[in-house]
Write a protein that binds this ligand. Sequence first.
Ligand SMILES: Nc1ncnc2c1ncn2[C@@H]1O[C@H](COP(=O)(O)OP(=O)(O)OP(=O)(O)O)[C@@H](O)[C@H]1O
Ligand SMILES: [Mg+2]
Length: 395
Amino acid sequence: MDKLIHDDKGNTTISNDGATIMKLLDIIHPAAKILVDIAKSQDSEVGDGTTTVVLLAGEFLKEAKPFVEEGVHPQNLIRSYRTASNMAIEKVKELAVSIEGKSLEEKKSLLAKCAATTLSSKLIGGEKEFFASMVVDAVLAIGNDDRLNMIGIKKDLQRVAAAAGGTVQTTVNNVIDEVLGSCEIFEEKQVGNERFNIFSGCPSGKTATIVLRGGADQFIEEAERSLHDAIMIVRRAVKNSTVVPGGGAIDMEISRFLRQHARSIQGKSQLFINSYAKALEIIPRQLCDNAGFDATDVLNKLRQKHALASGEGAPYGVDINTGGIADSFANFVWEPAVVKINAINAATEAACLILSVDETVKNPKSESAQGDAAAGAMGGMGGRGRGRGRGMRRR
Ligand SMILES: Nc1ncnc2c1ncn2[C@@H]1O[C@H](COP(=O)(O)OP(=O)(O)OP(=O)(O)O)[C@@H](O)[C@H]1O
Ligand SMILES: [Mg+2]
């Protein structure tokens, strides 16, 4: 589901992107700020899975709460959570399937599948195939160039300069040869009611620009963010080309694996690992909730499928089209393995960090400084405060 966020200046943003939503929220509690930070780090590390990471961290804490309230020492919980996280990551690596060594055409269609999965939940999800192949073309067009800004979603002079091998100038007077760039073809094309300058055959680098038009501003902005996610995912998939089944399939499989492992443990860490395993089920559960399905029903079907001894149920996840379960791998609901690995790692670390805090202390100085500021602001409303303000400006 999308969120509409508005601030006191009247700006409205409609977004589904976890990092964007977290960034725009006015969060004061220090522990909650940690969640904002992990969403941001997931965004910069892998570009997608920001909602997943926040959801997971929240659920780990929720599962830990009853234990802490019962008097379990947080260090015990932390230790078990870290073990569980390491085992989960190993399992993701084990289950990941490589898409290496395929022909260009095959690779293109595989990458497009990953991009389409990313775009599924977004506003432009209805046209995901169209946008997915556009994103794949853009990423492959720039080849091995690591600079993300070589793919632009808007007009950008810097990118033209980089591609043509020139330097951006502030004036056209006395232009010297060294700052000039070149390209094979320059043309001006009319797209809608705007004119675009198109530079093709540039020598110093490959760039791609996607032009988004139409709809409300908020829609275009969200489309840009969604395409950014997809571009990041395709770039990731090109680099470390292993994928895992999405739709909660990989999460259910790790959950099953951890529960099975927990049964072999003696002592209370069995309970903690179990609670970690249970927390992972939040992903398929949330997918069901968002799609309007009965989560209990779907989760039971998934548990049963994943428990099959033959292991054939492993790729089964939520089928958001029918409300049942389906083989995510066969349906091409694919996610790069790095998204999951990073999400599990970051969410566990954030949860452990919060668990390890037993007291929040506020610096009394900063408190009194805030008090002064507040008093000053109140004074500003009265005549005395205003007079003082004017006096200061004159000086
Ligand atoms: N067609 C689909 N069927 C089932 N599940 C899907 C489908 N497409 C995507 N998903 C699942 O949706 C989840 C991703 O949702 P979403 O993109 O909203 O969040 P995110 O990637 O965690 O965060 P964000 O995109 O906000 O950074 C993944 O678990 C993915 O497997
Ligand atoms: Mg996503």
